[in-house]
Design a protein around this ligand. Structure first.
Ligand code: NDP
Length: 306
């Protein structure tokens, strides 16, 4: 059977290292999390992120806007947070309610506080191999791959999915590590023929059981980013876990869902928030001049510090 990549254990290690640095250097690091609307799944994700902050010694500030909030109101809040010296990172939980342009809101986040790594400039810097925040999910996947000891350089890497937040930055990160990268999507003609070539396969699609045993080769590293509900209502990934594990065998590696990529995404958010803090402290003229929150933003601010 394949080796299981335990995302919970690796995320715990990373968060402990972050907590150690923050406690040792007595840093006052903070993350603002903006939630627009009352999507129950988003509420759960935000709660997880607040718990991660507590574990790392990062102060979390939560801002809740009603589902009817306009794009202008969301951007106004983001701009206020950009100018708030007490806030090191700004995260806007997605998806947004209808009528709010994801790109416009992401672009409103300060380049120094873009802990999600979604701004076009941030992705552009990643593309040219410059130092930048790294989008959390692909960054977490890279940590998982590196933890296997398998070298990425020269390997056939296949990414299934080309979204701006997962597939594309994932492909760039693998390319930056000198993988030979192929990106697949819904128009790919023979998906199985491509995925079978993969030494490292990352699936980020959102279709349960898309990747089956006949689509992978023995010894492959299979990373399942997908988060879906199976027929039984349980959380599952894109990969047929049992059959694919059996096929890749003792020399292969695979992530479970849940407990693989999800916790690593959140650990990378914590890591980016600490990096943002350090960047802001070492840059003159950045993030100076606190601004009060707009009176009409209906933002609720609550701090949690451990
Ligand atoms: P998107 O819906 O934005 O992108 C899905 C991608 O999959 C698209 O590029 C699409 O192609 C491609 N696709 C769809 N169907 C097929 C198919 N049959 N064969 C090949 N490619 C296909 O999703 P996201 O990138 O945002 O998320 C992907 C999955 O990862 C979701 O399940 C999401 O919940 C999960 N996720 C998990 C995270 C975690 O932390 N664990 C974080 C973020 C996402 P095309 O472009 O042609 O339409």
């Amino acid at each position: 059977m394949a080796n299981i990549l335990d995302g919970n254990a690796l995320a715990k290690q990373i968060k402990e290292q972050i907590a150690e640095q923050i406690a040792r250097d007595k840093l006052e690091v903070s993350l603002a999390v903006v939630l627009v609307g009352d999507d129950p799944a988003s509420r759960i994700y935000v709660n997880h992120k607040k718990r991660d902050c507590e574990q790392c010694g990062i102060t979390s500030h939560e801002y809740i806007l009603p589902a009817e909030a306009t794009q202008a109101q969301v951007i106004e809040l983001v701009q206020a947070l950009n100018g708030d010296d007490e806030v090191n990172g700004v995260l806007i939980q997605q998806p947004f309610p209808m009528g709010i342009d994801v790109v416009a809101v992401n672009e409103a986040v300060s380049a120094f506080k873009d802990v999600d790594g979604f701004r076009a400039e941030t992705v552009g810097r990643l593309a040219i191999g410059a130092e930048t925040f790294k989008s959390c999910t692909p960054a977490g996947v890279m940590e998982l791959i590196k933890s296997t000891g398998v070298q990425i350089s020269g390997k056939e890497c296949v990414v299934v999915g080309r979204s701006n937040i997962v597939g594309k930055p994932m492909a760039l990160m693998l390319l930056n590590e000198s993988g030979t990268v192929t990106v697949c999507h819904s128009r790919t003609r023979d998906l199985a023929e491509v995925t079978r070539r993969a030494d490292i396969l990352v699936s980020a699609v959102g279709v349960a059981n898309l990747i089956t045993a006949d689509m992978v080769k023995e010894g492959a590293v299979v990373i399942d980013v997908g988060m879906n509900r199976g027929g039984d209502g349980k959380l599952c990934g894109d990969v047929e876990f049992a059959a694919v594990s059996a096929k890749i065998g003792d020399s292969g590696w695979i992530t479970p869902v849940p407990g693989g990529v999800g916790p690593m995404t959140r650990a990378m958010l914590m890591s980016n928030t600490l990096a943002a803090f350090r960047m802001q402290r070492s840059s003159s003229g950045v993030c100076q001049g606190s601004r009060a929150l707009p009176d009409d933003a209906e933002g609720e601010r609550s701090s949690h510090r451990v």
